[in-house]
Write a new protein. Structure first.
Length: 257
């Protein structure tokens, strides 16, 4: 029997779909009681960590190989933006790997109704050499199988280039922004990206779709420039750029309703 087939058969022995009920706290909400996008990304990150740990390819499993997971992309689609809520149910499932990339899906439910779905793309990085690592060689868990596209997998959107910013704002990475990997946590990127938008626009609009591409890390004390351009009245493109290196660290495309 081929190894890939064995791994897929073994994966059927355990339900790899993880479901968690999340208590949404006052601090997770905006003034209008809508869920902060950064809180949603933090919820995704936490349940992804729990899932990876339970299936044998979490941070502790990879530490001996000097490896860590690096998030590359999100595609999030909202059927209904979560507002005035106290709980959410989150589901996540690893979708397998293809070459250097691993796929993971998320589902957000409110009282058994699907209100949002997300797909994400990850890679393994050697934290000493900063090089990408073969997932097949690094992960021996039977619950990481070959990726095969399914109906619930969202298509990552293309992010158009930003040509002439409508708004810009500078930030400095604070101690509170960094995580266990000693660079800014990915939940902060969307805070910085959306902050140049006006109070009036944010008050009147909610996210319908969101594409994020994480390109570079940024560390404590470094400064970044957040730029946003309206491609039409309900769509914005965002670029976060490291001011010192002039490198793009994150790209976003948002559709609003």
């Amino acid at each position: 029997m081929m190894l890939s087939n064995w791994k897929m058969e073994k994966s059927m022995e355990k339900n790899i779909l993880l479901e968690e009920k999340i208590k949404v706290r006052y601090s997770d909400l905006n003034f209008d009681k809508s869920l902060k996008p950064s809180s949603l990304l933090n919820f995704f990150q936490d349940i992804a960590v729990d899932s990876a740990d339970s299936l044998g390819f979490g941070s502790e499993d990879l530490k001996s190989q000097k490896l860590l997971w690096f998030l590359l992309k999100y595609r999030i689609e909202f059927n209904e933006y979560p507002t005035d809520i106290t709980t959410l149910t989150l589901q996540t499932e690893p979708r397998g790997y293809h070459r250097l990339f691993a796929y993971r899906n998320f589902t957000v439910l409110l009282e058994n109704k699907v209100i949002a779905k997300a797909s994400s793309l990850w890679t393994l990085v050697n934290f000493e050499t900063k090089s990408l690592v073969s997932i097949e060689n690094a992960i021996k868990s039977p619950y990481m199988s070959d990726f095969k596209a399914g109906e619930d997998d969202l298509t990552f959107g293309k992010i158009p280039p930003l040509t002439k910013p409508d708004y810009q704002k500078e930030f400095e990475v604070r101690y509170n922004d960094i995580d266990g990997n000693r660079h800014a946590n990915n939940g902060n990127y969307i805070i910085w990206a959306l902050e140049p938008l006006s109070y009036g626009f944010r008050k009147q609009h909610k996210l319908k779709t969101l594409d994020i591409v994480f390109k570079k890390e940024i560390k404590y004390g470094e400064k970044l420039l957040s730029s946003v351009q309206f491609t039409n009245k309900n769509q914005t493109t965002h670029v976060l750029k490291n001011i010192e290196t002039n490198e793009d660290i994150c790209l976003l495309n948002c559709e609003w309703i």
